[in-house]
Write a protein that binds this ligand. Structure first.
Ligand SMILES: [Ca+2]
Ligand SMILES: [Ca+2]
Ligand SMILES: [Ca+2]
Length: 163
């Protein structure tokens, strides 16, 4: 793997983890929204969500059982956090991800200092894991992951339209 391939794969990884988890460094302008309503799942979002779900499972379903356990999910959060923390100060700042500082990110920033600390990220990740585990079986299935990614993409798209 050469350097540029590696950096591209890191970017893709960051995008999909962020779409899954919340927070931030993806590039909304890469989605070419054609449908303004956030609650209508258009085919572009559907296929993008599918693609990202495959990547998330490839990377983070380490025991290959087709579902994400809480520890696999937390590992994804740690990898995501590291990738987004460009200046390695253990904080993800709003400046690092202005386009995606959304309601969830704001909620994750529990002390409201406009940055997500590692502790805030982990705490919030546990909460979102429970929310995304709609079947309450302690695992995130592909469908659950895909649904949360699609919801995230739809929010980004709506936001993109609003701007
Ligand atoms: Ca697994
Ligand atoms: Ca904070
Ligand atoms: Ca589940």
């Amino acid at each position: 793997m050469n350097a540029s391939t590696k950096s591209l794969s890191v970017q893709v990884l960051v995008m999909c983890v962020l779409a899954l988890l919340t927070a931030a460094c993806s590039k909304p302008e890469q989605y070419r929204p054609s449908e303004p309503a956030a609650n209508i799942l258009n085919p572009a979002i559907e296929s993008h969500a599918e693609e990202l779900t495959v990547k998330v499972f490839d990377k983070f379903d380490t025991n290959r059982d087709g579902k994400l356990s809480e520890s696999e999910y937390l590992r994804a959060v740690i990898v995501m956090f590291d990738a987004c923390d460009y200046n390695h100060d253990d904080l993800i700042d709003k400046d690092h991800c202005p386009g995606n500082w959304d309601d969830e990110t704001i909620e994750a920033d529990s002390d409201k200092d406009q940055s997500i600390s590692f502790a805030e990220a982990v705490k919030f990740a546990i909460k979102t894991f429970e929310k995304r585990d709609t079947t309450h079986d302690g695992f995130l299935s592909r469908d659950e992951v895909k649904a949360s990614i699609a919801a995230k993409l739809a929010v980004q798209q709506a936001k993109h339209h609003a701007n």
